[in-house]
Design a protein around this ligand. Structure first.
Ligand code: LLP
Length: 425
């Protein structure tokens, strides 16, 4: 496997670090998300290393994976956190993240979320519109505080990725156009409740080349220079997340290559750097393990029906995303060359397909498959659709492993439902 991660084969069977994946599945059942501690820490370290000349603040994007144990371990290794809601603020604080390392992006921050963030003293709001800036200013004033903010500039740069995860072009709801940013700088001193300390540029996700980032920084640099001329104390540039990983045959830039392309630009701006990586840190650090329930053939297509569904990992259904699927046990050659399968879940939707026409060798009911690259936007986007219990999650470190999220129970499915006697009696 070409993956830079710690899922590998030992005498043919799939291991996570030093633990056989099949052993975890037999103890906690399937579907199960399994994460490698080593991969997580190493990916964070690679970014820290590549950018160490600028001593960046690296804020892991909680939306990619919000498990408390994972947040805690990244925070322990020096990460801050990038949040998008009061719920994620709560998680970040529960994970022990210093509030001075929390940045808050979202096109729709509620007043209460702004108030709460000011109360705990987060490092910075990434502001997405002028009305939001006014709102933060007014709330901060009423609290006797000054909010640090970065203007999220939409630089109108094509990121060459899926359109659902392209955020830095005109027509998307994200950020402020450069002209409006300049208008804001022009009157920034009248906004005494906010201090504009930076600009933020998140142009999309799963970006495999440096050039869109370079282009965005160049446009952002013009905004920074103009802002500084107008007296705004712009010390920070936040490049957002977006670093692509290998799902199939991509050849994404390494952190080193990325740093080599953008460091000179950042250095000439004399700006401090924030990064908000999600997928790069956790994407290849997690797999989803599922059991084959049935193998069926219909109209000439061979299906492996598995016990995970699009509710557990929605990326293939939502974005047509490719995830590698491999047997957990020793791969077996198929007889008569009939080793190609569509890997499908049990959900009543035609989109409930993890993989089409994949060579898996011989696969039988009761056998385990691993869906790779499932660590980012897997468990965080899971749902209870079709009355399904969201999966258990496990963290492996060396030869040790532990459950970091229990499987939901049937009681969980009805926990928030209310039977209103006044209406139903
Ligand atoms: N910062 C901001 C402001 C973001 O909106 C995002 C992701 C990130 C950082 C982290 O981006 P990353 O490093 O993970 O690319 N559900 C989609 C991805 C949505 C990304 C949303 N924003 C997927 O499964 O591909």
């Amino acid at each position: 496997m070409q993956y830079p991660h710690d899922f590998h084969r030992v005498r043919g069977a799939l291991y996570c670090e030093r633990v056989p994946v099949a052993r975890i599945a037999s103890e906690v059942g399937t579907p199960v998300y399994i994460y490698s501690h080593k991969t997580l820490v190493e990916h964070l370290a690679k970014l820290q290393q590549a950018f160490r000349a600028l001593a960046p603040l690296i804020c892991f994007s909680v939306k990619a994976n919000g498990n408390l144990a994972i947040l805690k371990l990244l925070v322990k290794h020096g990460a801050g956190l990038d949040i998008v809601s009061g719920g994620e603020l709560y998680k970040a604080l529960q994970a022990g993240c210093p509030s001075s390392k929390i940045v808050f992006a979202s096109v729709g921050k509620r007043p209460e979320e702004i108030r709460e963030s000011l109360r705990v003293g987060i490092f910075c709001f990434n502001v997405e519109s002028e009305p939001e800036l006014e709102s933060i200013h007014a709330i901060a004033r009423a609290m006797g505080k000054v909010a640090r903010v970065a203007l999220r500039v939409n630089p109108d740069v094509e990121a060459h990725t899926h359109r659902h995860i392209t955020t830095g072009i005109r027509g998307t709801k994200f950020g402020i156009d450069p002209k409006t940013a300049l208008a804001i700088f022009r009157r920034h001193s009248a906004l005494s409740g906010v201090r504009i300390i930076g600009i933020h540029l998140h142009i999309g996700s799963q970006i495999t080349e440096a050039s869109p980032f370079v282009q965005a920084i160049k446009r952002g640099a013009n905004v920074i220079r103009a802002g500084r001329r107008m007296g705004a104390p712009i010390d920070w540039i936040n490049l957002g997340g977006g670093l692509g990983i290998i799902y199939k045959d991509e050849a994404p830039q390494t952190p080193k290559q990325f740093a080599a392309a953008v460091l000179p630009l950042l250095q000439s701006l004399h700006a401090r750097l924030i990064l908000e990586p999600g997928r790069f840190i956790v994407g290849n650090a997690g797999i989803l393990v599922t059991e084959v329930l049935y193998v069926k053939k219909a109209h000439g297509t061979r299906f492996a029906v598995v016990d995970a569904g699009m509710n557990d990992l929605i990326r293939p259904a939502l974005y047509g995303a490719y995830h590698e699927v491999i047997p957990v046990g020793v791969p077996r050659p198929s007889r008569n060359g009939h080793g190609r399968y569509d890997v499908v879940g049990p959900i009543c939707e035609s989109a409930d397909v993890f993989a089409r026409d994949r060579q898996l060798g011989a696969v039988g009911s009761g056998e385990l498959l691993a869906i790779l690259g499932a660590g980012a936007y897997g468990s965080t986007m899971a749902s209870n659709y079709n009355g399904r219990l969201r999966p258990v999650e496990v963290l492996v470190r060396g030869a040790r492993w532990a459950v970091i999220r229990r499987r939901e129970t049937r009681q969980d499915l009805i926990r928030y439902d209310v039977i209103p006697k006044a209406i139903l009696s």
